[in-house]
Design a protein around this ligand. Structure first.
Ligand code: FAD
Length: 454
């Protein structure tokens, strides 16, 4: 019998934890080196002053994310429905405020012309995205043409009405935390297909925002890490990987050195590119990591004694073309109290508002909440925010996006191991790319790849 390999996993986010769990179960010797003093990475828990758990990073699960639901059940955790049905959602487009029921496929009340325009735009986008090859997007039909334009170019060419264009731009910010000018059309199509379709990514019921984990998504990472015990080493930012045909030597900023047969790097591409490799990585791998930036987002919470918006027939959800917060949700706990409104400052708004003083940002966020659900929103009992661009070991969220030309020129380098160095993470997954589901699947796939390599 061949002995199983020894493996260093870099990063204790969901991908790293899932990878290490699989490796350990197969008899491999595993060490997880995590830079932060906590596990979870882009999944992070916190508490309000009254002890209510809040989720500062990734939180929702939805249909199709089967691995996450299995994991939640295996770890003895439970999910609950996102608050959605207790009223109508606010749509604030081009200075006109309307409300509507929030269900998958629902479209805002628009003029017949705008409605027809939006309908044809969505149909065209879905048809194009369903043709993208999820494993090798660069080999999809018309890949070079699709990758040679931004999402914004397509929006301008395809949508005729200002409302139709606004819908797609808001959708882009909400899904990618990036502007439609930032990313390749091929990437927008790939990503949507990877998570079923654009409408699924945008929907609450029957969509990617359907469920939450009781007590917070961080409980998943904490339970996985607990099972790995002292194999997970916190406060160990890796700075250098030496690799040759015999094995790997991984060194952290604290001077810790771990040698092993193989290493799995689970960092988002841009952070993986900041590590020192000896010998240096091939040009195609390094150039890929130079071109896959993280999105820009600040997640904002305001807590109230009770969810007062429900008294006015609103469900706390809003979508608007006026920032800085353009998208909100009711993030109250299962009991319904306290009432919690959560909103994202995304893309260009994220970049701009990150540079302003916190007090100014708080006032602007609360003014948006008040515009959506009423003036009571101006006086929360507590306000909390997390700027993900400022987190040294994330440098942006929700995930990374591919600029024009990158999938077709460098897509092949995303998952291909370099000698004894393997890659994992939400960005590496062909399915639910950028989501917790993608992170877990990618970690498990890479564990199998490492075991097969011996
Ligand atoms: C605000 C926000 C909202 C989101 N919403 C959702 C959602 O609702 N649903 C959903 O499915 N997904 C959501 N996501 C995305 C989801 O959280 C991520 O896709 C997923 O958690 C990524 O997991 P990962 O393991 O691939 O990467 P990460 O979680 O980034 O893990 C990488 C790990 O590597 C560590 N690290 C970095 N540098 C080093 C180093 N030099 N040495 C050692 N360790 C290092 C990091 O600290 C981190 O722990 C959201 C993300 C954010 C931030």
């Amino acid at each position: 019998m061949t002995a199983q390999p020894s493996v260093v996993v870099i990063g204790a986010g969901l991908a790293g934890l899932a990878c290490a769990t699989r490796l350990l179960a197969s008899g491999a010797e595993v060490t997880v080196l995590e830079a932060r003093n906590r596990v979870g990475g882009r999944v992070e828990g916190g508490h309000l002053a009254d002890g209510t758990p809040i989720e500062l990073g990734g939180q929702w699960l939805g249909p199709g994310q089967n691995r996450m639901y299995e994991l939640v059940a295996d770890l003895g955790l439970e999910t609950f429905r996102t608050w959605n049905d207790k009223g109508r959602m606010v749509i604030d487009l081009r200075g006109r405020r309307t409300t509507m029921r929030s269900h998958k496929g629902a479209v805002p009340r628009l003029s017949p012309f705008a409605l027809a325009d939006l309908g044809q735009g969505l149909a065209r986008f879905t048809a194009l995205s369903s043709r993208v090859d999820l494993r090798r997007p660069w080999e999809s039909p018309d890949a070079h043409d699709l990758d040679g334009q931004t999402f914004e170019t397509w929006i301008r060419r395809t949508l005729r009405t200002p409302s139709g264009r606004a819908y797609f731009r808001i959708a882009c910010e909400a899904v990618f935390s990036a502007d439609s000018t930032d990313l390749s059309l091929l990437h927008a199509l790939f990503y949507s297909h990877s998570g079923t379709d654009l409408e699924t990514l945008l929907a609450t019921d029957a969509g990617a925002q359907q469920d939450r984990v009781v007590g917070g998504s961080i409980r998943i990472a904490e339970a996985m890490a607990a099972a790995l015990g002292d194999r997970v080493r916190l406060g160990e930012p890796v700075r250098r990987i030496e690799h040759d045909t015999a094995g790997v030597r991984v060194e952290t900023r604290t001077g810790t050195v771990v040698t092993a047969d193989r290493v799995v790097v689970t960092l988002p591409p841009t952070l993986a590119g900041r590590l020192e490799y000896a010998p240096a990585l091939p040009s195609w791998r390094d150039q890929l990591t130079q071109r896959v930036p993280a999105g820009s987002v600040i997640k904002c919470y305001a807590a109230y004694d009770h969810p007062f918006w429900r008294d006015a027939g609103l469900n706390g959800q809003a979508a608007s073309d006026r920032g800085p917060v353009k998208v909100t949700f009711d993030n109250s706990p299962p009991s319904g109290t306290p009432g919690i409104l959560m909103g994202f400052i995304e893309a260009d708004d994220g970049r701009e508002w990150a540079r302003r003083p916190e007090q100014e940002r708080r006032e602007a966020v609360l003014a948006c909440f008040a515009r959506y659900v009423g003036p009571q929103a101006l006086t929360p009992v507590q306000y909390v925010e997390r700027d993900w661009m400022a987190q040294e070991f994330s440098r942006g969220c929700y995930g990374a996006h591919f600029a024009p030309g990158v999938w077709t020129a460098y897509g092949h380098a995303l998952r291909t191991p370099v000698g004894r160095i393997h890659w994992a993470g939400a960005e590496c997954s062909p399915v639910w790319n950028g989501y917790m589901e993608g992170a877990v699947r990618s970690g498990e796939t890479t564990a199998a790849e490492v075991l097969a390599a011996g």
